[in-house]
Design a protein around this ligand. Structure first.
Ligand SMILES: NC(=O)c1ccc[n+]([C@@H]2O[C@H](COP(=O)([O-])OP(=O)(O)OC[C@H]3O[C@@H](n4cnc5c(N)ncnc54)[C@H](O)[C@@H]3O)[C@@H](O)[C@H]2O)c1
Length: 483
């Protein structure tokens, strides 16, 4: 599915022979030249299995399940990062999408807290960058080097399964081999603009996200019934109703009868809709099969560093600033650093929930440590503060001035279809009740984000900043997004 998407939508020539997807190498990296290849380490491995035989799906990336525990050099761990909440018997947590922005930070955080972690990822996020000519502001290492570095610094292993969760054979093998107590599922196409580029990206987004999540549900049912699913949803599922947004459910009295029902969803892109479909599928399987699940309706995440990713440059997280994958505050900081006006879409009254990436990792840990009951579909709104786009622009302007930056703001025609002035009041108390200690947006965080943006400003491609995807102009024809 992934290769078909690429081949119809961009000039990259994807080889049709499935053999070209697996090229053993000592370097863990993706290379894209005349054909696409996913390189996977061939250093001595205790466990190396190859999945993804010619599947019925048009094209499947060749996948491997790799335990890095044997390939990492046994440099002594410092042991100095052990946390106070060390568990005597670490729980096994599978982090799907563990090479991405939230997933990488979470994997390290959980590993640091002595959970036994396995990352499952097909590295498609890195391919999107190649496909669209984008790049993270920060240089990021290959997943193999990231994991090796983590082990050399801390002595802790993170297992790695490289593959597509839409390939059930691959996912089953990963489940049977790792036997997770909890699965944290970040592994989706997560950009609303990406899902609105053209028909093929809209379909890719919904297939990837909905089928991937369905496969995870079936894998839990089949191989690890008591496994707790912690699924990343989004606050965008709710839309912007003219009443308070509750955490997942609302009690309604209608014609004299009262019931507590799922809170209405009004998603505003094919991506957000994929999340709504996921939520419905998960809720149904909780009821029908007794799956235990937590849906984390996450707000917009900002920030770069967590305690763990700050330990070494090879552990550095990605930071997206472009108009397709960049999210509001991160994007504004980079714009300020390169003297590009902050791009406010339309009137700028769009208000959303936001949180620091240090709180993302904290929230996920809290959800794992306090699992849902068997059959329970639990919903938490995962954000700490709400801001309008105009408020963010003002905060970044003030912080920029302190650093001597001349920050300007422009209003650009809104490429999205959304309310630009509206009521917004979303509840977010359940994670706080479980113990979340929020990192609220402060001057010092904004200073440090801006300083990072300035540090890496030579890597910024200013052509990627202006919005290039229109909600109204989405068409059937495959679209090349940027020159
Ligand atoms: N970043 C945010 O501000 C934000 C806000 C709300 C919700 N979320 C949700 O959090 C999750 C993670 O977001 P992120 O910003 O880290 O995204 P990301 O794109 O950086 O990471 C997602 C990871 O999942 C992997 N992946 C995608 N499809 C896969 C598949 N079929 N099989 C295996 N791996 C696959 C990608 O390669 C990538 O590494 C997403 O589900 C997203 O919807 C993110």
């Amino acid at each position: 599915m992934m290769a078909r998407l690429l081949s119809t939508s961009c000039p990259l020539d994807i080889a049709s022979s499935s053999r070209s997807y697996y090229k053993p190498s000592n370097q863990g990296s993706i290379s894209l030249s005349s054909s696409l290849s996913l390189r996977i380490s061939r250093l001595p491995l205790k466990k190396l299995s190859i999945y993804g035989k010619k599947s019925q799906r048009h094209c499947t990336i060749y996948t491997t399940a790799v335990s890095t525990s044997q390939e990492a050099k046994t440099e002594p761990g410092t042991g100095s990062y052990r946390s106070s909440s060390e568990a005597s018997t670490p729980k096994k947590v599978m982090v799907i999408g563990g090479d991405g922005y939230c997933g990488w930070a979470t994997s390290l955080h959980l590993s640091n807290k002595n959970y036994e972690v396995a990352i499952v990822d097909n590295l498609v996020r890195r391919l999107f960058d190649h496909q669209l000519g984008l790049d993270s502001l920060t240089p990021i290492s290959s997943i193999h080097n990231r994991i090796r570095r983590w082990r050399s610094l801390t002595g802790k292993d993170i297992q790695l399964y490289v593959g597509d969760i839409c390939d059930f054979e691959f996912l089953s093998e990963a489940f049977k081999s790792f036997e997770p107590d909890a699965v944290v599922h970040f592994g989706e196409q997560r950009s609303a603009p990406y899902s609105m580029i053209d028909r093929s990206r809209a379909i890719f987004t919904q297939q990837n996200n909905v089928i991937g999540t369905l496969n995870v549900l079936f894998a839990i049912k089949e191989f690890k019934e008591d496994c707790h699913l912690v699924k990343l949803g989004t606050m965008g599922e709710y839309g912007t109703p003219n009443i308070d947004i509750e955490e997942g459910y609302i009690t309604i009295t209608h014609n004299g009868r009262t019931d507590t029902l799922p809170y209405p969803k009004q998603a505003s892109s094919f991506y957000h809709l994929s999340k709504v479909h996921d939520s419905h599928n998960i809720a149904f399987t909780c009821k029908a099969w007794g799956i235990r699940a937590t849906d984390l309706n996450q707000g917009v995440v900002y920030g770069l560093r967590t305690d763990e990713t700050a330990m070494h440059e090879e552990l550095c997280n990605r930071l997206d600033y472009d108009a397709v994958f960049g999210t509001a505050l991160n994007r504004f900081c980079v714009q300020a650093a390169v003297d590009h006006p902050l791009t406010v879409y339309g009137k700028g009254g769009q208000t959303r929930g936001y949180l620091d990436i240090r709180d993302t990792v904290q929230c996920v840990e809290l959800a794992i440590a306090n699992p849902a009951q068997q059959g329970e579909f639990r919903v938490f709104n995962q954000f700490t503060e709400q801001f309008s786009v105009n408020q963010l622009a003002t905060l970044v302007t003030k912080a920029g001035e302190k650093l001597g930056l001349q920050v300007r703001t422009i209003s650009v025609p809104n490429p999205r279809v959304e309310a630009e002035e509206h009521y917004y009041n979303a509840k977010h108390t359940k994670l706080v009740e479980l113990g979340l200690k929020p990192h609220l947006l402060s001057d010092s965080l904004l200073d440090s984000l801006l300083n990072f943006a300035v540090q890496y400003k030579d890597r910024v491609d200013t052509k990627q900043i202006m919005p290039s995807v229109s909600w109204r102009k989405i068409g059937v024809k495959p679209k090349t997004v940027s020159a």
